[in-house]
Design a protein around this ligand. Structure first.
Ligand SMILES: [Ca+2]
Ligand SMILES: [Ca+2]
Ligand SMILES: [Ca+2]
Length: 358
């Protein structure tokens, strides 16, 4: 998952009106024009001319359900503004014109910014519009707005290796080829569950494990990686050989939290769990780190919604029955705990002897 990015372009108006559309947009002046200061910070005024209702809009695309907030600063011009009347409405509008979040702003002070926050819950992917509309006396003296920002962080951007290069997990569809330990294999089904802060607050088991970049050894994962706590990661170590007679085994992410750089993420606001289902249990490469694909009849099912479990059972009845063949040995829970403790005590990394198949 990459760091949060600001989905609003030119929210500082450094590029004047670029990326903004609407009616009577005034973005050509510096703060000094409105506040009587010497400040050359470029801002927007939401009442450019008398006789026209200023409206300033910007559209953007949301690729998956996400909760975030819009923030900006606003103040009234120092001259000829009416406290309690001049201001604007800020709306987030979906593609069918429905307002999904709205805030009325009437800055209480002239010439001094206040920060405003509008929580936004995007329940579906799609194109949305941010819209500012003038309120109050239509006399060309209005509210100043600046630093408009909406930070988003799409969890589904974890990169999965495929024969054509790394692809965001959320972009993988049934039928696509994904690189596995056994070579390219077609994905049969993609399971997805969006987990909100409220979900995690009510069920701690839904909080993900964060594996920091490089924490597994050999530079892996290539970027910070979030997985469900029962999701198993490949461990390849001489300690595995000594304990289990096999070099490569699978250990749940939760057990690996005994190691540095791997911990339950108690700060993350939301997460999307994406599971790739193949004909067989496979090892795939998430940010380059070898980890299991979804195991039916496993704890990984807990991270899926009941509807998703039902859908898998409906679509792939043969997969949810009968003995399964694990991609690698999966030791019992207490043995996994001992292995993780030994690696921690001896400063050994999980992928010490990992050799990626050619
Ligand atoms: Ca600015
Ligand atoms: Ca106006
Ligand atoms: Ca006005």
């Amino acid at each position: 998952m990459p760091p949060p990015t600001n989905i609003i372009q030119n929210g500082t108006f450094d590029l004047q009106g670029m990326f903004w559309t609407g009616t009577d947009i005034e973005t050509t002046f510096f703060e000094s024009s409105y506040f009587g200061s010497n400040n050359t910070n470029r801002v927007a005024e939401i009442d450019g001319n008398a006789g026209q209702t200023t409206q300033m809009r910007q559209s953007f695309t949301i690729t998956e359900p996400i909760q975030t907030e819009l923030t900006f600063i606003a103040a009234l011009r120092t001259q000829n503004t009416v406290i309690g009347q001049d201001g604007f409405t800020v709306d987030i509008v979906n593609s069918t014109g429905t307002v999904i979040a709205s805030l009325i702003v009437r800055p209480p002070v002239r010439g001094v910014y206040e920060t405003y926050t509008l929580p936004v819950n995007f329940t579906t992917a799609g194109t949305y519009t941010l819209r500012f509309t003038e309120l109050g006396p239509d006399n060309s003296f209005g509210a100043i707005v600046d630093n408009i920002s909406m930070l988003v962080c799409f969890a589904g951007q974890t990169l999965i290796d495929t024969p054509t290069g790394p692809v965001p997990a959320r972009a993988i569809k049934a039928g696509d080829l994904v690189t596995t330990e056994q070579g390219p294999k077609p994905v049969r089904w993609v399971g997805r569950r969006h987990v909100t802060a409220e979900d995690m607050a009510s069920n701690e088991k839904l909080r993900p494990v964060k594996i920091s970049a490089g924490a597994l050894g050999q530079g892996l994962p290539r970027a910070d990686l979030w997985v469900s706590r029962q999701h198993r990661m490949l461990v390849s170590s001489p300690i595995c050989q000594r304990m289990f007679g096999e070099t490569d085994i699978l250990v749940s992410a939760l057990k690996l939290t005994a190691l540095p750089g791997i911990h339950i993420d108690v700060y993350i606001a939301q997460v999307d769990y994406i599971h790739l289902l193949f004909d067989q249990h496979e090892v795939v490469f998430a940010e380059g780190a070898p980890s299991e694909s979804l195991l039916l009849q496993s704890e990984a099912m807990n991270a899926l919604s009941p509807e998703a479990v039902e859908e898998i059972r409906l679509l792939f009845p043969e997969l949810s029955q009968g003995p399964r063949q694990d991609a690698h040995l999966i030791p019992k829970g207490h043995q996994q705990t001992r292995l993780a403790d030994r690696m921690a005590q001896n400063d050994r990394l999980p992928l010490e002897t990992f050799r990626r198949p050619a």
